[in-house]
Design a protein around this ligand. Structure first.
Ligand SMILES: Cc1ccn(O)c(=O)c1
Ligand SMILES: [Zn+2]
Length: 261
């Protein structure tokens, strides 16, 4: 059997389907967004979040990403509106990034691949729990924020990056209190939306993606901080955590939508 999934040659995206058959589904993510083919849909509304900073719990190096977990035992931090029918509960956020500035995002917009991509993961709280929600086509919403390298870094990223020194190796976790992820949002709330999947195994097709059009700016130093994380545990040789992004998947019979104006 293939080794535990990852992003290297022997356990990477091209082999995930050997263990996780859903990875070969027809509604996989990420995809290329071709802005000329996007459908302006008048039914699409603005999206809203109401996040309680007290819901943030910990930040962890999972060996595959840097992940912040939130208390999702009740409708404490929620996302609604946009393409959504109901209220979605914030569960975690994590980041995908590259070993160099020319790659790292999962979605690609008009042939531009960005330096990274933040995923803010929520689940439909009408379902009894997260495990149930991931078995439903409308079970999960991921709000995705593109990271672009620039001179004026987003100061709000500082809080996450200051914590990196505490979680250098795989498995390390640290308290991460009083954090409201909406401070990471760009000024412009415009978005593209489509139906897709998780971009890591088991790749369940339960995700309504809300990809923000405006990237946020991170500095070279901030990217180097992320790249200083190790994908291995403390008792193993350092192996830079980077290029934890999945290649583009076929759009097949799907439409990407955006609100009018
Ligand atoms: C639940 C989950 C797991 C991995 N990734 O990348 C996601 O975006 C969401
Ligand atoms: Zn992700």
């Amino acid at each position: 059997p293939p080794p535990p999934w990852g992003y290297s040659k022997e356990n990477g995206p091209d082999r995930w389907h050997e263990t996780y058959p859903l990875a070969k589904g027809n509604n996989q993510s990420p995809i290329a967004i071709l802005t000329k083919d996007v459908f302006k849909d008048p039914v699409l509304l603005p999206w809203f979040t109401g996040y309680d900073p007290g819901a943030s719990k910990t930040i962890k190096n999972t060996g595959k990403t840097c992940r912040i977990a939130f208390d999702d035992t009740f409708d404490r931090s929620v996302l609604r509106g946009g393409p959504l029918q109901g209220i979605y509960r914030l569960r975690q956020l994590h980041i995908h990034w590259g070993s160099t500035d020319d790659k790292g995002s999962e979605h690609v917009v008009d042939a531009t691949r960005y330096a990274g991509e933040i995923h803010v993961v929520h689940w439909y709280s009408k379902y009894s729990n997260y495990a149930d929600a991931v078995r439903k086509p409308d079970g999960v919403v991921i709000l995705a924020i593109l990271l672009q390298i620039g001179k004026t870094p987003k100061p709000e990223m500082k809080r996450i990056l200051e914590e990196i020194h505490n979680i250098k190796t795989k498995g390390k976790e640290a308290p991460f209190p009083n954090f409201d992820p909406s401070i990471l949002f760009p000024k412009n709330r415009s978005y593209w939306t489509y139906q897709g999947s998780f971009t890591t195994p088991p790749c369940e097709e339960c995700v309504t993606w809300i990809l923000l059009k405006e990237p946020i700016i991170v500095s070279e130093d901030q990217m180097e901080m992320l790249r200083s994380l190790s994908s291995k545990s403390a008792d193993e040789p350092h192996c830079p955590l980077a290029d934890n992004w999945r290649p583009l998947q076929p759009l097949n019979n799907r439409m990407v939508r955006t609100p009018c104006q």
